[in-house]
Design a protein around this ligand. Structure first.
Ligand code: SAM
Ligand SMILES: COc1c(-c2ccc(O)c(O)c2)oc2cc(O)cc(O)c2c1=O
Length: 365
């Protein structure tokens, strides 16, 4: 006879049902917020508000953006959603202004030498990402052999950031690379200001997977005596802007990492599986001297704080599901980090600072 289990939850009250229905609508429809954001960015609304002196009415925007005046009330409805979700501000009815988030979406605004973050919005709301996310349930049902392809690969037949993506859809590939650069480049200025001691006393540093050297050039500008090697794939190094300040090395981090007093992995490990990370970290260990000689790894990556709550944790978890959907990597909490450091042969680590969703970690041999 089947066992009867007591219901785990009492039947909701009418008040709870009314609230639950509203919450369900919000959870099912909240994807319209990024869609409204995409629409605003594609129309150029943040740039128009900035050029209009920081505030704009609906009719100012319609004129500045050459939209048909008949669309004014519809634009007002999109703007209302963007104000409610904190993307724009409206201190006076019908007058809109920028907040720091929308300031990041103004054309021609440079923060720490980096251009706007528009590409992040365009890539994250693009058909390729949405198709991959729509394929999640099918992906879960498939029992695929190791290495497990990400849903993005499952749906599109190529891994994100893989060269063949450019053959499949050159425009999408360009947007994804621009999003990667926008995501990764922003923040080195803050790191240099907030974690000055991180690089103090170093005579050499390898920026492992340092891309086109943007981060390395910022570090060497602040610490001119540090000799910096930038390791990345040959196709990336070939296109890097020439610089006397950094030594570009075309190679593969799974094979060899240029020796230095410290090796930095900034926004690299979240792309890779635990197994790959342990392999990468073991190579890094061979590239640095002992702790006594000042050897260390510098890891800048998300450190999920499961004990926190609110928008920061939600951001970290959304970034984790982005990684699940598009890569073979994941975002890690302190226990996850500690476990891969130990498995790669390191003796100790210290989380130097949390900068928003990201953490700055020193790892010692
Ligand atoms: C997420 S980006 C790193 C961002 C960069 N550290 C920064 O802070 O701007 C990842 C980089 O890893 C590089 N990469 C991927 N596979 C690699 C490999 N096997 N060896 C070396 N570099 C690799 C990519 O070309 C890309 O530039
Ligand atoms: C291109 O992928 C996107 C990343 C990303 C992927 C892999 C990495 O190793 C990274 O360091 C970054 O990150 C973001 C972050 C966003 O907020 C929005 C995005 O669209 C993306 C990417 O598309």
């Amino acid at each position: 006879m089947a066992a009867h289990h007591a219901p785990t939850m009492a039947v909701p009250t009418d008040a709870q049902l009314i609230q639950a229905q509203a919450d369900l609508w919000r959870h099912s429809l909240c994807y319209f917020t990024p869609m409204a954001l995409r629409c605003a960015v594609q129309l150029g609304i943040p740039t128009a508000i900035h050029r209009l002196g920081g505030t704009a009415s609906l009719s100012d925007l319609v004129t500045a953006l050459s939209l048909p005046p008949s669309k004014t009330p519809y634009l007002g409805r999109i703007m209302r959603l963007l104000v409610t979700s904190g993307v724009l501000a409206s201190h006076k009815e019908g007058i809109y202004s920028l907040v720091p988030l929308s300031y990041l979406l103004v054309d021609g605004v440079f923060i720490d030498g980096e251009a706007s973050q528009v590409a992040i919005v365009i890539a994250a709301t693009s058909r390729h990402y949405l198709d991959a996310a729509l394929g999640l349930a099918d992906w879960f049902k498939k029992d695929v052999a190791h290495p497990l392809p990400a849903p993005f690969e499952d749906v599109h037949g190529v891994m994100i950031l893989e060269e063949s993506m450019a053959l499949l859809d050159p425009e999408a590939d360009k947007v994804i690379h621009e999003a990667l650069a926008a995501h990764d480049h922003m923040g080195i200025g803050t790191i240099l200001r907030e974690c000055h001691d991180l690089f103090k006393g170093l005579d050499s540093l390898t920026d492992c997977c340092g891309g086109d050297g943007t981060t390395a050039r910022a570090i060497v500008q602040a610490f001119p005596h540090i000799k910096i090697h930038v390791l990345d794939l040959p196709k990336v190094i070939e296109k890097a802007p020439p610089s006397d300040a950094v030594n570009y090395v075309a190679g593969d981090l799974f094979h060899s990492i240029p020796a230095a007093q410290a090796v930095m992995l900034k926004l690299v490990l979240h792309f890779w599986s635990d197994e790959d990370c342990i392999n990468i970290l073991s190579h890094c260990k061979k590239a640095i001297p002992s702790r006594e000689a000042g050897g260390k790894l510098i890891i800048i990556d998300i450190v999920v704080d499961p004990s926190s709550s609110g928008p920061l944790l939600e951001t970290q978890l959304l970034m984790d599901v982005l990684m699940l959907t598009c890569t073979r990597g994941r975002q890690r909490d302190e226990n996850d980090w500690s476990s891969i450091f130990i498995k790669a042969g390191f003796s100790d680590y210290k989380i130097i600072k949390m900068l928003g969703a990201r953490g700055v970690i020193e790892v010692y041999p």
